[in-house]
Design a protein around this ligand. Structure first.
Ligand SMILES: Nc1ncnc2c1ncn2[C@@H]1O[C@H](COP(=O)(O)OP(=O)(O)OP(=O)(O)O)[C@@H](O)[C@H]1O
Length: 301
């Protein structure tokens, strides 16, 4: 289990991460989302022990991470630009990781090389960006990490490879209870991968929630009444309306609440049109960011 408590990190007076706390349960996938410059990469570097926090505690299975080799053996961090030793081939990098990660699995490495079909004798820096990322996944998963930290992991991978990588991650989470923390801007990609999401903005954690709860809690609603009929007063008394907008005779809303309750409270007024649709993670993200003054686009589409 990853536990981050009241962590702070500043650079030259700029608070990159400000009093952030989060917990990631073993065997789950946590999606760290947020605006540009929100502090996501800084948080991942703090978690992987690359940065020392100014304040707060970070632990994995109750052991502090910073300068703790025992814990670091359980973690693998694939940065937004994966790092390899200069002029090394995949085979040489594999030998290097085998010497520093005690849980390194040669069998898993051979399996992954066969899956991705990379030339292990070619110098990694000569590969394209996407293939370098595939190499990073081969090496990372061969260390059998307990905690895998990923910064924009699917960036540069083609759709077939993205699907393959997602499948491998899900398998390791299911089979060995691997814990994954992913930072991404690609909300559609994390939507079907993560159990939990946290949204950061300006160094702070704005919301942290179970993805299913987050999605089942917020809906897009379209309603219309018989031609010219006004919207009945009181219709929204038992519904929390987050956003309301009229388009011709159709009223578009974003509401919070359980789907059955929202449906019941609107249907009793017998609208001629009534649709209730789930919001995508992308729509929830844009709405939440708008709530804190970040540029909002019209998400009602
Ligand atoms: N090594 C550093 N030295 C100085 N400032 C830094 C350093 N690393 C990050 N920052 C600053 O900290 C803030 C958070 O940066 P960070 O890279 O963590 O954001 P992010 O959420 O990953 O952003 P993006 O989504 O744009 O990649 C930014 O204002 C950035 O300029």
């Amino acid at each position: 289990m990853i536990k981050i408590s009241h962590i702070r990190k500043s650079f030259d007076g700029l608070e990159a991460v400000e009093n952030v706390s989060l917990t990631v349960n073993s065997g789950s996938i946590y999606g760290l989302l947020g605006s540009n410059g929100a502090g996501k990469t800084t948080l991942l570097k703090l978690l992987s022990g690359l940065y020392v926090p100014d304040e707060g505690l970070i632990s994995i299975d109750s052991q502090p991470v910073y300068e703790n080799p025992e814990v670091k053996e359980k973690i693998f961090f694939i940065q937004d630009t994966p790092h390899f030793l200069p002029h090394y081939t995949t085979k040489q990098m594999a030998q290097f990781y085998e010497s520093i990660y005690p849980r390194w699995s040669e069998e898993r490495y051979q399996e992954l090389v066969a899956i991705f079909q990379v030339d292990i004798h070619k110098k990694i820096h000569r590969f394209s960006k996407g293939i370098q990322r595939q190499v990073a996944f081969i090496l990372a998963l061969s260390t059998l990490p307990e905690v895998l930290i990923l910064d924009e992991p699917l960036d540069g991978l083609d759709p077939v490879m993205r699907k393959k990588v997602k499948g491998l991650l899900i398998d390791d989470v299911a089979e060995r209870e691997m814990t994954v923390l992913i930072s991404s801007h690609n909300l559609r990609e994390v939507e079907d991968l993560c159990d939990f999401v946290g949204i950061m903005h300006k160094g702070q954690m704005m919301i942290e929630k179970d993805l299913d709860d987050l999605k089942s809690d917020t809906h897009k609603v379209q309603i219309a009444f018989k031609s010219g009929a006004p919207v009945p007063p009181g219709i929204f008394d038992s519904v929390k309306v987050l956003h309301k907008e009229k388009r011709g005779s159709i009223l578009l809303l974003i509401v919070k609440g359980k789907e059955e309750e929202v449906t019941a409270s609107i249907e009793k007024y017998q609208p001629v049109i009534f649709d209730i649709l789930p919001l995508t993670l992308e729509e929830i993200f844009i709405y939440e960011m708008g709530d804190v003054g970040y540029a909002v686009e019209n998400i009602l589409g």
